[in-house]
Design a binder for this molecule. Structure first.
Ligand SMILES: *[C@@H]1O[C@H](CO)[C@@H](O)[C@H](O)[C@H]1NC(C)=O
Ligand SMILES: *[C@@H]1O[C@H](CO)[C@@H](O)[C@H](O)[C@H]1NC(C)=O
Ligand SMILES: *[C@@H]1O[C@H](CO)[C@@H](O)[C@H](O)[C@H]1NC(C)=O
Ligand SMILES: *[C@@H]1O[C@H](CO)[C@@H](O)[C@H](O)[C@H]1NC(C)=O
Ligand SMILES: *[C@@H]1O[C@H](CO)[C@@H](O)[C@H](O)[C@H]1NC(C)=O
Ligand SMILES: *[C@@H]1O[C@H](CO)[C@@H](O)[C@H](O)[C@H]1NC(C)=O
Ligand SMILES: *[C@@H]1O[C@H](CO)[C@@H](O)[C@H](O)[C@H]1NC(C)=O
Ligand SMILES: *[C@@H]1O[C@H](CO)[C@@H](O)[C@H](O)[C@H]1NC(C)=O
Ligand SMILES: *[C@@H]1O[C@H](CO)[C@@H](O)[C@H](O)[C@H]1NC(C)=O
Ligand SMILES: *[C@@H]1O[C@H](CO)[C@@H](O)[C@H](O)[C@H]1NC(C)=O
Ligand SMILES: *[C@@H]1O[C@H](CO)[C@@H](O)[C@H](O)[C@H]1NC(C)=O
Ligand SMILES: *[C@@H]1O[C@H](CO)[C@@H](O)[C@H](O)[C@H]1NC(C)=O
Length: 673
């Protein structure tokens, strides 16, 4: 009786929803659209968007050759065999939220190239048996939010190419698949946010025959999985995220015995605490499962101990993001990849590394508090190549030689957004293999004349943006022969000048150099001329008065960003040898548009396509031209022959008048004597 009542309310709710949607659609139809609404051409003859135009049929303006059609947010009510028959070349059809209630037979039979059909958010009441009939190679079918209750209502019997079937946000109560469903190519079956509460061996009979399937069940409230439901199943992903809200995870895992899967997700969503914390016994069901990657994000652990992970000894990747742990225990493992973001460690030494000898990647981002590097905490990680410690490390003096000692295999180190770090001579003495080093948004202090990176011969990328580096220390980049990318945004130079001899001389292979917002006022000639490979230079947001192209060796192919500086006049000799494949940005400079800059301006006009952000490249002076786009400017600095003639004439007249006057006065003078 009680369950009957519950079912009735569920159905009432469903009916109410459908009626509401139908009513809304009828209502939205009301204002009669008289004028022909235009679909947008995305790519001529190929791709069109009619999104949100309230259309009731496909306009005849859509050409026959169309391959991609976005017809979402319109008012179709029903799909007939004639609705799309004209568009035989369709490969992608988006019909999301089109108020479709009825889908009749053979709707897509002419669309023999159709690969993707999106029917999300349609209150589908009825789908005829032959709706999807025809030789159509559909591989992606999206049926989210279509009030679907039972998959057998969708007759997809002949969609033999189906790879991706998406049933999310419906009212489906079981993972059961009809045996008519073509599964030969099926890769992903998405049941997220349905009303599946139980999984039984009967439900999974067909699923078991699909090899390497990704079965996505997140957001279902599953309280029971019958043991053996997945015995001898081989899956790619089994996603049970937030499925155990009302269940004991340990019981659910017990039902997964015999499963082989590449990835198993059993965490929850952020801001959702699992009612049953993970205890030392909870994960023991994993002993009967073969799995490579386990994702336990956002779960709460109780009495974390080596025993908790007893059954994870063969797991290669473990994600414990936001699990409130303050210690990662030592246990027998084969981990290659460990993700520990957003946890509550006090020191890096809280991660017990003795048994992590195979680990190649360690991620400790956004720790809840700033933590100390400790001493030698990570020295056991002899295979570690990738280390992310961003948003986590507290202010550290004498970083990092004593702290991360011994990481001989390290290639990538992310220390961005941390507390202030003071580097010393040879800060990474053992990590000769480093290729990427990221200090962005971490205040770095390098005592005068120290060269902290001198052993990093393989370093390619060094990000010290917002690290407030003092660029007047010539030794910083010593030894970085392979550096190709250097970001020093927000650095500083003594009195704002980059000298001809400077720190960059060590990084001879530099290609990308970012020096924006460094308060630079001047760059001496040849400052970068030994950087033969330099081809991307960002000098925006400085105080430069000169377009200092004479600082660079090779200008044949270069990107020069001088936006937001104080450049007014650009002598022609600074631009005439810039190759025409180059890109220059001079926007937001107080450019002078008077005749004194005319040579540059004519060169600019002739080479417009070399310039970036022309609409913000404006004249500043003279007053009359202020705000005019340089590319629209009309100035005439050549004096015309008419004017010259008038001037000469005027001069002659003046001379004649003077001569006549002189003679007249002389005469007068003599005659008076
Ligand atoms: C479909 O595309 C092919 C080439 O891809 C073209 O030859 C054919 O004419 C197109 N069919 C229609 C109906 O436009
Ligand atoms: C779905 O429909 C099929 C065939 O009509 C039926 O056998 C099955 O029990 C239905 N499943 C549910 C969960 O109602
Ligand atoms: C399983 O599928 C995934 C993605 O669909 C693919 O990357 C992987 O190679 C497949 N594995 C096997 C064994 O076929
Ligand atoms: C699981 O499946 C295997 C092979 O299909 C079978 O031998 C075994 O008995 C099954 N396990 C259980 C507990 O039924
Ligand atoms: C979960 O189930 C296991 C075994 O079924 C039991 O030992 C454990 O106490 C249960 N946990 C909770 C929190 O009920
Ligand atoms: C593993 O499976 C065996 C039988 O196949 C069962 O006896 C045992 O209890 C299972 N272990 C766990 C931890 O579920
Ligand atoms: C660790 O696990 C491996 C198999 O993964 C096993 O061979 C070995 O005996 C275990 N060692 C300990 C100390 O449990
Ligand atoms: C370092 O981590 C930050 C986020 O913490 C990220 O934005 C950045 O891309 C990472 N750096 C590299 C080089 O991947
Ligand atoms: C770092 O190590 C060196 C030698 O190993 C030692 O002399 C120095 O005191 C250590 N510095 C810190 C801050 O521990
Ligand atoms: C630092 O620069 C690298 C290379 O461009 C980039 O991948 C990384 O995201 C940057 N770091 C931050 C925190 O933005
Ligand atoms: C930067 O370094 C130069 C010389 O190495 C020094 O004269 C200057 O005071 C330093 N500037 C700052 C802000 O530390
Ligand atoms: C140009 O116009 C801006 C605002 O539009 C003004 O702030 C600036 O002083 C003007 N420059 C000159 C030289 O008049």
């Amino acid at each position: 009786m009680r369950t009957g009542e519950a079912a009735l309310t569920a159905m009432d709710y469903r009916l109410y929803w459908i009626l509401l949607l139908t009513f809304c659609s009828a209502y939205s139809q009301a204002p009669d659209v008289m004028q022909e609404l235009m679909c947008q051409e995305v790519v001529a003859d190929q791709s069109y968007s009619c999104e949100g135009l309230g259309l009731q049929n496909v306009p005849s303006s859509i050409p026959l050759t169309t391959e991609i059609l976005d017809f979402s947010f319109n008012s179709l009510y029903a799909l007939y065999d004639s609705t799309f028959s004209r568009l035989r070349n369709l490969t992608y059809l988006n019909l999301a939220r089109c108020n479709i209630n009825w889908i009749y037979d053979y709707v897509f039979q002419s669309n023999i190239h159709l690969k993707t059909i999106i029917l999300i958010g349609n209150p589908v009441l009825y789908i005829k048996d032959y709706a999807f009939s025809g030789a159509i190679p559909v591989s992606h079918l999206f049926l989210q939010q279509t009030s679907l209750t039972n998959i057998s209502k969708i007759k997809v019997t002949n969609l033999n190419a189906l790879e991706n079937l998406n049933f999310g946000h419906n009212f489906i109560s079981s993972v059961w698949l009809p045996d008519t469903l073509p599964t030969r190519k099926l890769q992903t079956l998405d049941f997220r946010f349905n009303v599946i509460t139980k999984i039984t061996t009967k439900d999974t009979e067909i699923l078991k025959n699909i090899k390497n399937l990704s079965l996505l069940l997140m957001g279902n409230n599953i309280d029971y999985i019958e043991p053996n439901s997945f015995n001898s199943s081989v899956l790619n992903i089994l996603d049970l995220t937030a499925c155990g809200q009302n269940a004991n995870l340990s019981d659910l895992l017990g039902g997964l015995n015999g499963l082989t899967t590449n990835i198993l997700r059993i965490g929850t969503f952020e801001n959702m605490k699992n009612k049953f914390p993970v205890t030392p016994n909870t994960l023991h069901g994993l002993c009967n499962i073969s799995v490579n990657e386990v994702d336990l994000q956002h779960t709460h652990f109780d009495q974390l101990s080596p025993n908790t992970f007893f059954c994870l000894s063969k797991v290669q990747k473990l994600d414990l993001t936001n699990t409130w742990i303050d210690c990662f225990p030592k246990f027998n493992n084969s981990l290659r990849d460990l993700i520990l973001h957003k946890n509550e460690f006090n020191s890096l030494c809280d991660i017990k590394t003795e048994s992590l000898t195979l680990l190649t990647s360690l991620h400790v981002r956004y720790n809840e508090k700033m933590i100390s590097m400790g001493t030698g905490c990570l020295k056991n990680l002899q295979s570690l190549q990738f280390l992310d410690l961003s948003h986590s490390i507290e202010e550290t003096k004498d970083c990092c030689s004593n702290h991360s000692m011994g990481l001989v295999a390290l290639k990538y180190l992310n220390l961005s957004s941390n507390g202030r770090l003071t580097l010393s001579q040879h800060s990474f003495p053992d990590s000769d293999n480093l290729e990427v080093l990221d200090f962005a948004y971490t205040h770095i202090f390098i005592p005068e004349s120290f060269s902290p990176f001198s052993n990093l011969k393989l370093l390619k990328v060094l990000n010290m943006s917002h690290s407030y580096i003092n660029g007047s220390n010539d030794h910083i980049l010593e030894g970085l022969h392979n550096l190709s990318y250097l970001n020093l945004k927000k650095c500083s130079f003594y009195s704002g000048v980059i000298k001809a001899s400077n720190l960059f001389k060590h990084a001879v292979n530099l290609e990308d150099l970012i020096l924006s917002s460094c308060e630079i006022t001047a760059i001496e000639e040849h400052a970068f001329s030994n950087l033969k490979k330099l081809n991307y230079v960002d000098l925006s947001q400085n105080q430069l008065l000169q377009f200092s192209s004479n600082a660079f060796g090779d200008l044949s192919y270069i990107y020069l960003n001088f936006a937001f500086n104080r450049i007014t006049i650009i002598p022609f000799n600074l631009v005439h040898n810039i190759g025409n494949q180059s890109i220059i940005n001079l926007s937001h400079n107080p450019l002078d548009c008077s005749c004194s800059n005319t040579q540059f301006i004519s060169w600019y006009m002739e080479n417009l396509k070399m310039f970036e952000d022309n609409s913000n490249t404006l004249c500043w002076s003279p007053q009359s031209a202020n705000g005019t786009m340089l590319s629209m400017l009309k100035i005439n600095c050549e004096t015309s022959s008419g004017v010259i003639f008038v001037i000469i004439l005027a001069v002659i007249v003046v001379i004649i008048i003077i001569i006549v006057a002189v003679r007249y006065y002389r005469k007068k003078l003599y005659s008076s004597i």
